[in-house]
Design a protein around this ligand. Structure first.
Ligand code: PEP
Ligand code: MN
Length: 339
């Protein structure tokens, strides 16, 4: 349920309601808006005396939260969340559209520094690259680990780009958080609940990828785990789902953009690389995603896709990225966004 305070409620009055809510065994999540404060109360409401809370000073009303996800829902928070990332604190989820680019995996220092330079020059806000790779086969390249994280951190020093990199296990959270700006939770881990809770306890923004067979509701409930653990900085990422189609690696359902915008205040980023599996499809899907209201894109880009250690077929070259950025800017402006 949400306790809506009257405009002008004092800090003490808000605290009084919080204390009452805690007395009933619920967890409070106050949201301080521009003209009023609302307190989302999460937990088992059966023992709550709603009348007692309703009668507290400066309480306007109590409204139930109908959706199964609470903190992620538009019912609780009407203003769109902006998640500020990287040394330049770029706000993902505001009026500006941001592009994060980089290889699937960190392969070596030269590769990363070259891509980082090119990405920065053409206006990207972030650099992606996995130091820990969740590979389908145990015999495939598994990533450079901590050495890869150090290379990413060096690229950030050099360019100011926000580093987005995946954390695949609980034991890596501390080191990935130390060297990067955004913790990526991969599609295969979207329902790894202890991992979601653990990244929810770090102060780092999280890029949560939709599981390849997860429904929209399961996706938002996964985001809810992170927010409920104390971290409101969640960026949702659609990366395509598994269907019967074989002309694509995954089917990229862009209709999820308006569907999410109708239900959640969290920023939405699209990954057309995993979402299609083919480099030639990536530019069109980027433009379509921005036209449909996405807040950003995360793309795989490699200086030599033919020799990439992973996901070369879906990686665009820096040259294509450069041409694409100009088109993205034009589409963004056509839908009243900026780059
Ligand atoms: C990746 O970003 O390289 C990756 C493994 O993505 P996903 O979890 O979407 O498959
Ligand atoms: Mn990849």
């Amino acid at each position: 349920m949400i306790v809506v305070m009257k405009p002008g409620a004092t800090k003490e009055q808000v605290q009084h309601v919080i204390d009452l809510v805690r007395d009933y065994g619920l967890k409070e999540h106050p949201i301080y808006g521009t003209d009023r404060t609302v307190i989302a109360c999460i937990g088992d409401k059966r023992t709550v005396d709603k009348g007692a809370i309703e009668n507290a000073p400066m309480v306007e009303k109590i409204v139930p939260i109908l959706s199964p996800y609470k903190m992620a829902s538009l019912e609780v928070k009407k203003e769109r969340t902006q998640v500020c990332i990287g040394p330049n604190r770029f706000p993902v989820g505001g009026t500006r559209v941001g592009v994060i680019a980089g290889p699937c995996a960190v392969e070596n220092r030269d590769q990363i520094l070259e891509i980082a330079d090119k990405a920065q020059q053409c206006g990207c806000i972030g650099l992606r690259g996995g130091a820990y790779k969740p590979r389908t086969s145990p015999y495939s390249f598994q990533g450079l680990g901590i050495e890869g994280l150090k290379i990413l951190a060096e690229a950030r020093e050099q360019t100011g780009l926000a580093i987005v990199t995946e954390v695949i296990g609980l034991e890596q959270i501390e080191s990935v958080a130390e060297y990067s700006d955004v913790l990526q939770i991969g599609a295969r881990n979207m329902q790894h609940y202890p991992l979601l809770e653990a990244v929810g306890k770090t102060g780092k923004p999280v890029l949560l990828k939709r599981g390849m067979s997860a429904t929209l509701e399961e996706f938002l409930l996964a985001a809810e785990y992170i927010i409920n653990a104390g971290n409101p900085d969640v960026i949702l990422c659609e990366r395509g789902i598994r269907t019967y189609e074989s002309y694509v690696r995954n089917t990229l359902p862009l209709a999820i953009i308006p569907a999410l915008r109708e239900r959640t205040h969290l920023p939405i980023v699209i990954d057309p690389s995993h979402g299609t599996g083919h480099a030639y499809m990536v530019p069109s899907m980027c433009l379509a995603a921005i036209a449909a209201g996405a807040d950003g894109l995360i793309l795989e880009c490699h200086p030599d896709p033919e020799h990439a250690a992973s996901d070369g077929a879906q990686s665009i070259t820096p040259q294509i990225l450069n041409e694409l950025m100009r088109k993205i800017k034009r589409v963004a402006e056509a839908v009243d966004r900026e780059m």
